[in-house]
Design a protein around this ligand. Structure first.
Ligand SMILES: [Zn+2]
Length: 202
């Protein structure tokens, strides 16, 4: 069956979302047209405004509107402490831990030569500038433990050679409540390498 041109355009537009194929796109389009035109209009307005108005923070590369993001603007944060993460979602995760009071650097990806993603594509030239300007005292590498995440962490570690910047990798390993036998080998190897000395009072 052929859809009316506007309906077909709407269905095609929905398929730009990850994991949304033609069938789901059709279902969402019909649902909005039949049941929730108001919601559809609100979605259209919000989408259009966000696509126009959301930029990247010139300091940390996280999403921001007009200049520095709220985290970079916050002078109470420890300015010399930088946590390097792959995505804005990772920033949220670290924030929710409530443990961290420094700044961030958001790569918006990781090094992946196969996909043609090099250092400049993930802002490592900007990070290098910040390191060489002396603005950074400590870096916490919180990239993922995938091969690409590890390669990215090593690249950043190389950027700090011959500087006074101290670098650490977040401890990774056995999840809380996780049973050892269900943890994969790579994770367990990380956990063993990142082991910490147990205080006498343990
Ligand atoms: Zn920022």
């Amino acid at each position: 069956m052929k859809h009316a041109p506007l309906v077909q355009d709407l269905i095609n537009a929905f398929t730009c979302l990850p994991g949304v194929g033609a069938r789901s796109a059709q279902r969402m389009s019909y649902w909005l047209l039949e049941r929730n035109r108001q919601g559809g209009s609100r979605l259209a307005t919000a989408l259009s405004a966000a696509m126009e108005g959301v930029e990247h923070c010139p300091q940390c590369r996280n999403f921001a509107e007009q200049g520095l993001c709220p985290v970079c603007q916050d002078q109470r944060r420890e300015q010399g402490l930088l946590c390097v993460v792959e995505s804005p979602a990772d920033v949220l995760a670290v924030e929710q831990s409530g443990e961290y009071r420094g700044r961030y650097f958001v790569l918006m990806g990781h090094l992946s030569p196969i996909d043609g993603i090099g250092p400049r594509d993930i802002g490592l030239d900007l990070l290098e500038q910040q390191i060489s300007s002396g603005a950074v005292a400590e870096i916490i590498l919180a990239t993922s433990t995938t091969v690409e995440g590890e390669a990215t962490a090593h690249y950043i570690l190389d950027l700090t050679r011959n500087t006074d910047v101290s670098v650490s990798r977040i401890a990774q390993g056995v999840p809380m409540g996780g049973e050892l036998e269900f943890v994969d080998g790579v994770t367990l190897a990380h956990a063993l390498r990142g082991r910490q000395k147990v205080p006498p009072s343990f």
